[in-house]
Design a protein around this ligand. Structure first.
Ligand code: G1P
Length: 200
């Protein structure tokens, strides 16, 4: 009930699987002409300050769009995206270019966009004009590449742990870590895992 009291909740079904950029473009009807946040449901974050709040603070400070980032290992980069960045302060970078699902020769850096964005509504016109990119889908990254060429964008190397629940191991890690921290389940799970570790 609490979230329902905090906000008006709208949803929209993406009737065809045409990519993340296409999905975000569908939200134009209820976002209107305001900055907005995009949270990818399979990227779960555990942090003291919500990652979206960290991005909002940076977006306001720099009058920019903001994307969440962390450095990922070389072998993982091809599953994500790669940002071209210049340092502005310890954990905030200016973004000047990017590439979705980079081949090794296309990489700008090991900083990938990870699941959180704060965007200005000028992304919508850009998304409407995009041709399909990687995988034949309309890629949000391709839209952001155009956006960062015409207006300021920052990347925030956010404080927090990110779980990729799009794969089974990441899903289990997130479930275990959140359950260990939870008042109702923490103590029980610790004992349960100990009992299992005797079997290993
Ligand atoms: C999406 C984005 C990609 C980003 C990734 C983070 O990819 O397109 O830029 O790095 O999320 O999880 P997807 O997971 O849809 O392949």
């Amino acid at each position: 009930k609490r979230p329902a009291d905090l906000a008006n909740i709208y949803f929209l079904r993406q009737k065809e699987t045409r990519g993340l950029g296409h999905a975000v473009g569908r939200a134009r009807t209820f976002v209107g002409d305001e900055p907005f946040a995009v949270l990818l449901g399979d990227d779960i974050m555990k942090s003291k300050v919500p990652v979206t709040k960290q991005l909002i603070d940076a977006a306001e400070k720099y009058g920019a769009s903001a994307v969440g980032t962390q450095a990922v290992p070389d072998e993982a980069l091809a599953r994500y995206s790669s940002l071209k960045i210049e340092a502005l302060e310890e954990n905030i970078y200016r973004v000047t270019d990017m590439v979705e699902k980079p081949k090794p020769s296309e990489r700008f850096s090991n900083y990938a966009i990870l699941g959180r964005y704060v965007l200005t509504p000028d992304i919508f016109d850009i998304l409407d004009g995009l041709e399909p990119g990687y995988g034949g889908e309309i890629q949000l990254t391709d839209g952001l590449k155009k956006l960062c060429a015409v207006s300021p964008m920052v990347a925030v190397d956010f404080e927090g742990v990110r779980y990729d629940t799009g794969n089974l191991k990441g899903y289990l890690e997130a479930t275990i870590d959140f359950a260990l921290d939870h008042d109702e389940t923490g103590e029980w799970l610790r004992e349960y895992l100990k009992s299992k570790s005797e079997l290993l």
